[in-house]
Design a protein around this ligand. Structure first.
Ligand SMILES: [Zn+2]
Length: 243
């Protein structure tokens, strides 16, 4: 069982409060979870070569999780990516991404490498190079195609990610099954609906986890870090964890 590397390219919620970058992280140096608008900038700042990524895993189509894709594709096209890139997300990911990319960077999809689209429904799994991903339907914005959390098995470790969600059975199951859980925590109290908050929800999430498992909060406001209980990690922009 090896170490699990997590590199947070951003930790803020949709409002980028206090100047936080929008949430996303690289797992095991290979898969970028979420494509926030500043993804390419943050990867460059952290010295992570986007061409080294095997793929991108998207939880849902809100702009703070999705609108960085055109910049990644721009990089891959013009900086000599040659091997395939996987884009994983809920249904309609390919249709939406291609429409946006064709509109904002015409020609960016005509590239010398292969894009491999994987769309998952809740309960579906896929085996990709170096990772097994299991998608779980979570409760967030019902106007979107689907909102997903993920259980990821990589490097002999079980990493779970809630995506954006209110507290629901799927979140508690991800908490119970994982060794490392990256959970959104959009506010200290209940002021942001259809999201997890620190006071009401995170204690229930922690209680569902095994005692030795690690909980990392992201998708934050700055005051979450100050109020977080001992033993709960709160990610910071451009921070790396080795767990
Ligand atoms: Zn969202």
């Amino acid at each position: 069982m090896g170490d699990l590397d997590l590199a947070f390219i951003g930790t803020g919620n949709a409002f980028a409060p206090g100047g936080l970058c929008w949430n996303g992280f690289v797992a095991g140096g290979r898969y970028l979870f979420e494509a926030p608008p500043q993804a390419l900038q943050s990867l460059n700042r952290m010295g992570i070569d986007p061409n080294e990524l095997d793929g991108v895993v998207i939880s849902h189509h809100h702009g703070d999780h999705f609108l960085g894709l055109p910049f990644l594709l721009l990089h891959w096209k013009y900086f000599q990516r040659s091997r395939p890139a996987y884009i994983v997300g809920p249904p309609r990911t390919r249709e939406l991404a291609e429409a946006i990319c064709r509109t904002v960077y015409p020609g960016v999809l005509d590239a010398p490498y292969e894009l491999r689209w994987v769309e998952l429904a809740g309960g579906e799994s896929v085996d990709l190079p170096g990772i097994r991903l299991s998608a779980r339907a979570v409760q967030h914005d019902t106007r979107l195609s689907l909102n997903l959390g993920y259980l990821a098995e990589l490097g002999g470790r079980r990493l779970a990610y809630t995506g954006d969600t209110g507290l629901c059975d799927a979140v508690l199951e991800l908490a119970a099954e994982s060794q490392v859980l990256v959970a959104e925590c959009s506010s200290v109290d209940e002021r942001v609906p259809i999201h997890l908050n620190l006071v009401d929800d995170i204690p229930k999430v922690r209680a569902a986890m095994r005692p030795a498992s690690t909980l990392i909060l992201t998708h934050l406001t700055p005051d979450v870090a100050a109020a977080a209980p001992a033993g709960t990690l709160v990610a910071r922009d451009l921070e790396r964890f080795r767990l």
